[in-house]
Design a protein around this ligand. Structure first.
Ligand code: DOR
Ligand code: ZN
Length: 368
C-alpha cells in the first residue's frame, strides 16, 4: 500500500519586521541588505559603524546608502515600499538634548543605542559613566525617543556569564525607575534574569530575542571544541536560560519581539586563532529559523505576534498590511556565502532548515 504523507504545514502571517540588525557598510552593505530585505518590512538598523552613526545627518546618509542597495517593492496600499530602514543613533559622551531634538525632527531616527564602552564589537566610542547620561535620558523621555540598550557591565573582573544580570541590577533597574516614561528596549536578552526583569517592568520596557539565543546554549559554543560561529555578545548562556528565552518568545507577551542581531563578520575574523569576532549571521534565513524554533515548541500560533505585531506596537508604528506564507519544506544552507570580497559562514551552514517562505504576498506590487 502506498504511504500517504500529510501535506506540508503552511502558515500565513503579517509581514514581519526585524527590530535589531547590523547591516554594516561599503562593500558589505549589499549582501546584508539583500538578505535582510527578503521578507522583513522594517529593520531597526544598528549604528555601530566605524566611525559610529552619531547624528541625524549621518543617519540620513547611511539610510540613503541602504536604500540604494535595496530591491524595490512590494508596495503597500499607499504606494510606499514595504521595506524601510529605521535608523538609530549611537550614544557617545557628547550626545545631548540637541542631538535628540534634531533626531526627532529628522523623522527617520527611531531609537538611540547605548553601548557601554568596550561591551561588544565597535563599542569603543560608547559610554563609561552611564549616570552621566541621565540628562540625555530625560530629554529622550520628554521627546518620546526610545532607548535601545546593549545590557552588559564592562568591568573586566565580572564573569562574562554574569554581565547581563549585573547590568540589569546595577544600571537598568535605576534607569527604568528614574525615567518611567522612557521607552526602553533591552536588546538580545540572554538570561532568565532579563526575562523576569522585563516581565515585571512597566509596559514601557520590552526586549528583543535573537534566533540564535533561542536555538543554542553555551554547550553549542564550547563543548567538544570551540565553535566560533556561535560566538556573539552577550555570550550564549546555560540551557536553563535558553529555555527561559524560548518560553518568553512563545508566551504571546507583547513585551518580547523579534530582533535577529544578525551581525556578519568575514570568515577570517571569526575563525581567527586568537580573538574571534563576536556576532552570528542569520539574515539569510531569519524568519525561517524563527518558524523552526516556534514549531519545535508547538507555538506557531504565537509567531505572528512576536515577529509582526509586538515590535511595531511598542515603537508606536503601524503594523504591516501585507503577508508572507511559510511552508514546512526542507532546504540546505550553503557552507559559505559571499560577503563583499570576503566570505562569511551563515548560521546553520551546511545543514537543513525545515521551513521556507513560499510566498510574499504584497497588496499591490510583487517583490519577485
Ligand atoms: O555579537 C555581537 N555582534 N553583539 C553585538 O552587540 C554587536 C555585534 C556586531 O556588531 O558584530
Ligand atoms: Zn546588535
Amino acid at each position: 500500500m502506498a504511504e500517504s504523507s500529510s501535506p506540508a504545514r503552511q502558515l500565513t502571517i503579517t509581514r514581519p519586521d526585524d527590530w535589531h540588525i547590523h547591516l554594516r557598510d561599503e562593500d558589505y552593505l549589499p549582501a546584508c541588505v539583500a538578505d535582510a530585505s527578503r521578507y522583513f518590512g522594517r529593520l531597526i538598523v544598528m549604528p555601530n559603524l566605524v566611525p559610529p552613526v552619531t547624528d541625524a545627518e549621518a543617519a540620513k546618509a547611511y539610510r540613503q546608502r541602504i536604500l540604494a542597495c535595496a530591491r524595490p517593492g512590494p508596495f503597500n496600499e499607499e504606494g510606499q515600499d514595504s521595506f524601510e530602514p529605521l535608523m538609530t543613533l549611537y550614544i557617545t559622551p557628547e550626545t545631548n538634548a540637541t542631538t535628540v531634538s534634531e533626531a526627532c525632527r529628522s523623522g527617520i531616527v527611531h531609537a538611540f543605542k547605548l553601548y557601554p564602552a568596550g561591551a561588544t564589537t565597535n563599542s569603543a566610542a560608547g559610554v563609561d559613566q552611564i549616570e552621566s547620561l541621565y540628562p540625555l535620558f530625560e530629554a529622550m523621555q520628554d521627546q518620546g525617543m526610545p532607548l535601545s540598550i546593549h545590557g552588559e557591565v564592562t568591568d573586566p573582573t565580572t564573569d562574562i556569564f554574569d554581565r547581563e544580570a549585573l547590568f540589569i541590577e546595577q544600571q537598568l533597574s535605576p534607569i527604568c525607575e528614574k525615567f518611567p516614561e522612557l521607552k526602553v528596549i533591552l536588546e538580545h536578552i540572554t538570561t532568565s534574569d532579563a526575562v523576569d526583569f522585563v516581565n515585571s517592568a512597566s509596559s514601557n520596557v520590552a526586549a528583543t530575542i535573537t534566533v540564535h539565543h533561542l536555538m543554542y546554549n553555551r554547550n553549542d559554543l564550547l563543548s567538544g571544541g570551540i565553535r566560533p560561529i556561535y560566538y556573539c555578545l552577550p555570550v550564549l548562556k546555560r540551557n536553563t536560560h535558553q529555555q527561559a528565552l524560548i518560553s518568553a518568545a512563545t508566551s504571546g507577551s507583547n513585551k518580547f519581539f523579534l530582533g535577529t542581531d544578525s551581525a556578519p563578520h568575514p570568515k577570517t575574523a571569526k575563525e581567527n586563532a586568537c580573538g574571534c569576532a563576536a556576532g552570528c549571521y542569520s539574515a539569510h534565513a531569519a524568519i525561517e529559523l524563527y518558524a523552526e524554533a516556534f514549531a519545535q515548541e508547538n507555538a506557531l500560533d504565537k509567531l505572528e505576534g512576536f515577529a509582526s505585531f509586538h515590535g511595531a506596537d511598542f515603537y508606536g508604528l503601524a503594523r504591516n498590511k501585507d503577508t508572507i506564507t511559510l511552508i514546512e519544506e526542507p532546504w540546505e544552507v550553503p557552507q559559505t556565502q559571499p560577503f563583499g570580497n570576503d566570505q562569511l559562514i551563515p548560521l546553520r551552514a551546511g545543514t537543513t532548515v525545515n521551513w521556507r517562505v513560499a510566498a510574499s504576498n504584497s497588496l499591490i506590487g510583487e517583490k519577485f
